[in-house]
Design a protein around this ligand. Sequence first.
Ligand code: UT7
Length: 314
Amino acid sequence: MKKFARIIGTGSYLPSKVVTNFDLEKTLNTSDDWITARTGIKERRIVTDQSTCDLALEASLKALSMAKLKPQDIDLIILSTTTPDKIFPATATMLQDRLGASCPAFDIQAVCAGFVFALTTAQQYIENGSAKNILVVGSETMSKIVDWSDRSTAILFADGAGAVVLSTDNTTGIKHSKICSDGSYLSSLHVNNNGINELGTIQMEGNEVFKIAVNRLSDLAEETLKDCNMTSEDLTWMVPHQANIRIINAVAKKIKLPMDKVIQTLDKHGNTSAASIPLALDEGVRDGRINKGDTLLFEGIGGGFSWGSILLEY
Ligand code: UT7
């Protein structure tokens, strides 16, 4: 009998420090009007002294609680992050220790597409029967790799974490997933470090990234719907990576999805990279918009480039 990977718990966590567009006006040549109009972001959360693992732990505990599982019930932890706390060990293994779990744990790095890559990887372990319950986390402290004097990126990126518990189900769950990469776009969106002893900062050709994001994400969404014999009318919600409201609008328009079927958290969260999809998902679940049986589409694209989509029954 086919096994499905189904989300049975969600959780998220945001650091308490709020940085508004008005706060950024004080240090950058920018304005609330420009940021709101060009990105949809009004405020974001930034860590003061918390690590990527600290954020991941809080989100994971909430997801485990919703799933009614203990850390010992988890067979595998996959954590997607662009901002690991150390070069090694993986942030996932530090999370495993702090949770008191004893399962294998590893990190995945696909920047803003990281959560889609992690969920797709977890799906394989469940479908082939080698894991029953998997904790999948997206956690980021992007503020550590932002050049706070660069107005084109400092206004976008933010910190946060989201997590899901994926469990084996005999009837439904993830129906379609696809991940893609094209490393020839390194210069469009990358971190400018030279080797492992240097942290570096985010460098982005915003305009180019914008156009490619719209095209790649809408093509992939159309392909996903076609492969599933669906149209956008069959979607209950799209839960996209939260990078820019104009990218989300353009993708929704291309696939003929009304914006009232899109979960948006960009205004309050900014771009939290691998954390943005599980953060938006958790918000939609906890405020009652997303319910069991809903058909959801996740999609995201990130640095240099990696992108992907997942269609699932929640
Ligand atoms: O997470 C996945 C990866 N990232 C993305 O998906 C981001 C994709 N790109 C974007 O979201 C947008 O390209 C940005 C928000 C980064 C920039 O918006 P844009 O509409 O593409 O602006 P632009 O780069 O074409 O710049 C337009 C003008 C420029 O001034 P001039 O040359 O026309 O005088 C910029 O210097 O806006 C200026 N500008 C700003 N002005 C005020 C750029 N950043 C700012 C700013 N405040 N923060």
